[in-house]
Design a protein around this ligand. Structure first.
Ligand code: 4AD
Ligand code: MG
Length: 460
């Protein structure tokens, strides 16, 4: 019988058997008559042990000299050993045969420290490193959990255009592209099209890349990012928030279940994720502003408002960063402060109408605030979801388009939707990379995308 070719994460099912791995050399330690090879494939890392007595001199010496990232096929016997290092740990291969597919050229990324620009220049190679590998595996789980949750609840996936004639999330961060003799814009959102889709299909989502010409260099902004946008007919803001908290909890719990190894590689404190379950706390914008003013005063007076766990606030180097008056949008420091008050993600509802997108439904009797909700991830991570109830009345929508100084023509079809069986409807957008950054507990959003696009970077 031919030796089965298996992947490293299947080693547990082959203890005592002879198997073949198709792998790359991650690291190696020769020790006298033994060579410890750290092999990695797409699914994990595993220690493979060569014993001198089992090989001819040339093969053993060649293995000893093998450079990092050489590609190999390794055949050997699987041993269970709880002390064996690897991902998942606990299994080791006693090597019987080794074949070199290619001897790697000298690999630029070594176990020593490298600067971030160097690593980003080598992103095409950096993704092989343990932390990056773990982050991107979690990202894939997040994307799968997103689809499976929505698919299981009657949401239909609809593709929305990338080339669009108009702005939806403000005109300041639009990417303009030539469109024959005309111009077009890269989509900032698929939402407006999904609002058409719900009248045909009830509940839908789009899931794809979106583009924002973000001129700010922050650790939360990409110029190209992936967003999932569910949209639901006959749904008000309160119903929307219930969907959001279930959805986000499902994503987190799926990662905890399926990516324990990856989270360990990332040194993530999973106790900070285990309790993520509905309901999530809600705070109005009005109350959040009052809280921020109190937090700033506390920091200045040396009587700080404490975090939910009783510890002092982190990441607010200067109380002036918390400057705020009613009507201002939150910046990163405001979100960083607010999210430390709760152990779970927190909804901030009822933002000022003037600072939010034109399509959000104002509160009846208090039109200066709108039925919007941002979901802020804990531990200082901040906004991962923006959502709202949409304006359902055509006249009010036209009024808001005018107030925002937007041209009416490109939005004719959008206003039209409110004329033929308009209903209360709501939706939200969750940013994949922000969600992955939070779940993985990593610092900067650039690591949550395989090939991030940033204001100052398009290579590789
Ligand atoms: O709050 P935003 O702008 O909302 C919308 O685009 C709505 N049309 C969504 C909807 O209601 N269908 O963006 C939604 C989310 C943010 O909360 C954030 O997670 C992510 O998209 N996001 C970004 N992620 C990375 N880089 C950027 N520059 C981002 N801008 C938004
Ligand atoms: Mg937003």
């Amino acid at each position: 019988m031919a030796t089965p070719i298996i992947s490293i994460n299947d080693l547990h099912a082959h203890v005592g058997q002879t198997v073949t791995l198709q792998a790359w050399l991650y690291d190696k330690t020769p020790k006298g008559k033994l060579i410890f090879l750290q092999a990695r494939d797409g699914t994990g890392r595993c220690q493979c042990v060569m014993f001198k007595g089992d090989f001819d001199e040339a093969t053993f010496e060649a293995a000893k000299a093998l450079p990092q990232e050489s590609s190999l096929t390794i055949t050997g016997v699987v041993k269970a050993d709880p002390r064996a290092p690897g991902v998942p740990g606990g299994f080791e291969l006693g090597v019987k045969e080794i074949a070199i597919v290619q001897t790697s050229a000298e690999y630029p990324i070594t176990p020593k420290e490298h600067g971030i620009e160097f690593l980003m220049d080598n992103r095409h190679l950096w993704i092989r490193s343990a932390r990056q590998w773990a982050l991107l595996r979690v990202r894939a789980t997040v994307m799968r959990a997103i689809r499976s949750w929505l698919d299981g609840r009657g949401f239909l996936e609809m593709s929305t255009p990338i080339l669009t004639p108009s702005a939806a999330e403000g005109t300041t961060n639009l990417f303009e592209v030539g469109y024959f003799d005309d111009k077009a814009y890269l989509a900032q959102t698929g939402q407006l099209y999904n609002e058409a889709n719900i009248f045909a299909f009830g509940r839908v989502y789009c899931f794809g890349p979106t583009f924002r010409a973000e001129k700010s260099k922050t650790r939360r902004h990409l110029t190209e990012f992936w967003m999932v946008e569910p949209e639901i007919a006959f749904c008000d803001l309160d119903q929307l928030l219930e969907i959001e908290e279930q959805f986000v909890s499902h994503i987190v719990q799926t990662v905890l279940r399926e990516n324990a190894n990856e989270l360990k590689t990332l040194d993530r404190d999973v106790s900070k994720l285990a309790h993520i379950a509905p309901p999530f706390p809600r705070i109005t914008y009005d109350d959040a502003v009052a809280k921020l003013i109190e937090m700033q005063a506390g920091l200045r007076a040396g009587t700080p408002v404490l975090r939910h766990d009783g510890k002092p606030l982190e990441g607010i180097e200067d109380p002036a960063l918390l400057d705020i008056t009613w009507g201002m949008d939150f910046g990163a420091p405001h979100e960083t402060a607010l999210t430390q008050l709760c152990a779970k993600p927190v909804f901030v509802t009822g933002f000022p109408t003037a600072i939010k997108a034109f399509y959000m439904e104002p509160y009846p009797g208090r039109p200066e605030v709108c039925k919007s909700a941002d979901l802020l991830a804990p531990e200082g991570y901040g906004e991962i979801i923006g959502g709202s109830e949409r304006i359902s009345d055509p006249a009010r929508l036209e009024e808001r388009i005018r107030e925002h100084g937007l041209p009416m023509d490109p939005y004719r079809w959008y206003v039209d939707l409110r004329k033929y069986g308009s209903v209360p409807h709501s939706g939200f957008g969750l940013g994949v990379e922000r969600t992955v950054t939070w779940i993985c507990g990593t610092e900067h959003i650039r690591e949550a995308s395989p090939f991030p696009r940033l204001i100052n970077r398009m290579y590789p």
